[in-house]
Design a protein around this ligand. Sequence first.
Ligand code: ACO
Length: 322
Amino acid sequence: MKYSRIIGTGGYLPETILTNKDLERMVDTSDEWITDRTGIKKRHVAAKDETTCDLAEHAAKAAMQAAGVHANDIDLVIMATTTPNQVFPSTACLLQQRLGIHGCAAFDVQAVCTGFIYALGVADKFIRCGSAKNALVVGSETLSRIVDWTDRGTCVLFGDGAGAVVIQASDTPGILSTHLHADGQYKDLLTVPYGISEGYEEMQQGKAFVKMQGNEVFKMAVNTLGRIVDETLHANQMQKSDVDWLVPHQANIRIIAATAKKLKMSMDHVVVTVQEHGNTSAASVPLALDVAIRDGRIQRGDTLLLEAFGGGFTWGSALIQY
Ligand code: ACO
């Protein structure tokens, strides 16, 4: 079998909602500023005892149900996350245990907001080379744990959630192509600068929070995503008009609108969830995809362009015949 196809999607958002009005009471900001600059109105936040794996479990079960597959059908689990439950085992292994999947390869992918696109690209390659038949690919994040809730420049942007897909080996497309990139020279523009092996003391002191040079990230994201649209279409010898739906990473409505403009696409054909979800990092693309499939906007046969940009910098895209 030459291709992989998406056969089911799922999503999950934690119950607690934090609105812009709530944030007005926490930092010096306003609903108007957040809405104008980002398009975000609210975001979901995990409960104290709710983990990245908990969110992933809900999303994965929904995707498996939609796909009509069971635990023993799954022969690859890839988890995209920046906020793993533990240092190890990987969150993919924790999820595998929750779902009763045994023995197949399970691992995490870390590419921040581009994580899901990376994970999908890797899973597609596993299937294309015959190493897997049914892959569970999940993006799940509890970003709220690495956000400084006193920093108005970042805390208004992020949210928690999980999205998942099951992809299956198929004779017909499918995932047409994936395009994955990174450039570590921009590592300091968007970072949590402390961790296990660097800045361990600061991490112990509870200082491991997202730091971002928002303006620089914004400019790079717009330019880079514009370029990857061209790269993806060129690789498939397709025109802009061939794309039915843009399913972008949900960081900022202005970045999303700039990519849609590059595609000469009306916003009616762009899946936008940023107003409801905020930036859920690796979860944002599969969550948006699940929303638009479940509400019936995306139909079988439609051509979808998925894209994302995140810390690293990393960026990537996937062109899909749904
Ligand atoms: N409320 C009110 N004022 C604020 C807030 C806030 N929440 N945050 C910043 N400001 C102020 C700043 O202090 C600044 O004030 P000053 O002019 O007095 O200094 C002013 O607003 C403008 O700040 P900018 O940072 O220039 O605002 P900008 O228009 O660039 O918008 C934003 C900021 C929304 C963060 C934007 O730069 C952005 O979206 N950047 C990209 C973020 C992104 O896409 N990240 C993607 C990947 S995320 C990941 O990989 C984990």
